[in-house]
Unconditional design. Sequence first.
Length: 327
Amino acid sequence: MERPIRWGILGTGAIARKFAADLLRLPGAELAAVGSRTTEAAERFGAEFAIPRRHGSYAGLAADPEVDVVYVATTNQLHREEALLCLDHGKAVLCEKPFALNLAEAEAMAARARHRGLFLMEAMWTRFFPAIGRLEELLQEGAIGELRQLDARFGFRAPAEPHGRLFDPALGGGALLDVGVYPVALAQLLFGREPARIAALAHHGPTGVDEQAGILCLYDRGELATLACAIRTQARNEAALYGTSGMIRLPDPFWRPERLILARDGQEHSFEFPTAAARGGHGYGYEAAEVMRCLREGRRESPRYPLATTLAVMRTLDRIRECWNPA
């Protein structure tokens, strides 16, 4: 019997809490350690999830010899710094999205992992849901003919808190990095390449971050992706794929999909995928299981979400922001 994969969680916020809860449900996973900026926060988190090793600093967690892989769950501006810290201490890393603030940071992280021969993956959890696997199969089977268009949006209304992570530029706030990364990553997955041309507009709020944005991507074979994101506007967070002979819809929330609807020849077919979220979990176990599979197989990247894909998404995010602030 293989020994458990020993996880450390870096950060003790809401998403770290959900990830920890899902790890406790995942066979073969051991929640071994937690690291926070303060001993008090690490102790509280550790007590909540019965984590034996509790560190009052991120460096303490990174140096813990009883940890195999670290889940980085800090705010956006710290992802590069903390991922590099863990890699430099010989740890595999699963880094929460957005992977970094920009392409340059992401390239530095990827280069360090490759130099040290360590596993690194962006925590783009949507990629690992069973519904997405079935979606790929339907496209490969030609269920809607040739894919020609994608419409996808992710928007919600958050309280305007100037010093909160969503609205503070110093924390990497803004709609694009927080939720716009989801439709951009979906487009990258479906079309398999970066846009040939991008047009984008954004509204920037009082703190200077983008509060909502619209994005139009044109690909080299004429395909189109119409994407949108918002942190002050509630949206119907669906994705729709349009082909030459049908369409597929991912109902709200498309980024945590449990159902596909195939429309073709005047009929609709629904595909249901009850997930861990439907059974009381949060849905993070799928990406954690992929990390563990890769570590057991000695892989340094996930073949399902390799670093090249993360870098392509980050490059697209940079290009979108260039449209807002042309040189």
